[in-house]
Design a protein around this ligand. Structure first.
Ligand SMILES: O=C(O)CCC(=O)C(=O)O
Length: 265
């Protein structure tokens, strides 16, 4: 990392619903691809529920107990390649149920933060099979505070605003956002970036799962809401460099945070 600049790589990949072994194998090769080549990323992010997909009927049986398998793999990869790893999210089995959880590993392979999705998506029956997290997701990226939201969470502007007020300059969003709501995906992510004057870094899955098809379109947006990088519908590694100093410049130019009237709303 030089100054406030950070090189990112998002792993937009297919996820095999109900087949963790296949997904671990696929991810290992995607991670190798992400660190290959000349411009090695400083931060890699993965999509939502990449270990099991939405095989919710069997989620109790296939979720990763305490995330042990996932943590072992991601920690050793982060350390071996000295890269920060935002492990998308996984189905994580705990004593009281299964959570949709993000893990963040630093360049030394240490687990530095985690976040479990707080808004469960009823259109996909999440609330019938998963437990909702009870805490907000905060991390450090590129030497600056940042926030975490998972997929459906982006429909809740209050959450992004709360994280921004807590200091977040970037928001990391893993997703399994399906067709036909590409317009919602792009519009909501763009709105979160513009209204909070922050980078929004969103990694979606692609491919097909049963009746659902996923359009990919992983996106990296700057604090003006301009697109820095956007994937198509296929498996790919989305690469970009961002400069977090732009957040302060945008907030100084249009002082939205100073102009808020929280006593009125
Ligand atoms: O809100 C949406 O339209 C999609 C959300 C979703 O697929 C999810 O949270 O898993």
């Amino acid at each position: 990392m030089s100054g406030n600049k950070m090189r990112l790589a998002l792993v937009q990949m297919h996820v095999d619903a109900g087949n963790p072994d296949a997904n671990f194998e696929r991810l290992q090769s995607k991670l190798e691809e992400a660190v290959s080549g000349e411009s090695k990323p400083e931060l890699i992010m993965l999509p939502e529920m990449w270990n099991t997909g939405y095989a919710l009927e069997r989620i109790d049986e296939i979720a990763d107990p305490e995330g042990q398998r996932t943590k072992a793999m991601l920690s050793s990869f982060a350390k071996a390649h000295a890269v920060q790893l935002i492990g998308g999210s996984i189905a994580e089995k705990r004593a009281d149920g299964v959570y949709n959880t993000m893990y963040v590993f630093n360049e030394q392979g240490e687990l530095t933060s985690q976040y479990s999705k707080i808004h469960l998506f009823r259109l996909m029956d999440e609330e019938k099979h998963l437990k909702a997290g009870e805490e907000l997701g905060q991390l450090e990226a590129g030497g600056a505070p940042a926030g975490m939201m998972i997929c459906y969470d982006i429909r809740f502007p209050e959450l992004a605003r709360k994280l921004a007020l807590g200091g977040a300059k970037a928001m990391f969003v893993p997703a399994q956002w399906p067709n036909p709501r590409l317009h919602h995906w792009r519009t909501l992510l763009t709105a979160r970036a513009i209204e909070n004057q922050m980078f929004v870094i969103a990694c979606n899955r692609c491919g097909t799962s049963g009746e659902s098809t996923f359009f990919g379109h992983s996106l990296i947006l700057d604090p003006w809401g301009e697109i820095i990088a956007e994937a198509g519908e296929e498996e790919t590694i989305v690469r970009a460099e961002i400069d977090l100093a732009l957040v302060d410049a945008v907030r100084a130019k249009i002082p939205v945070f100073e102009d808020r009237r929280p006593t009125l709303y």
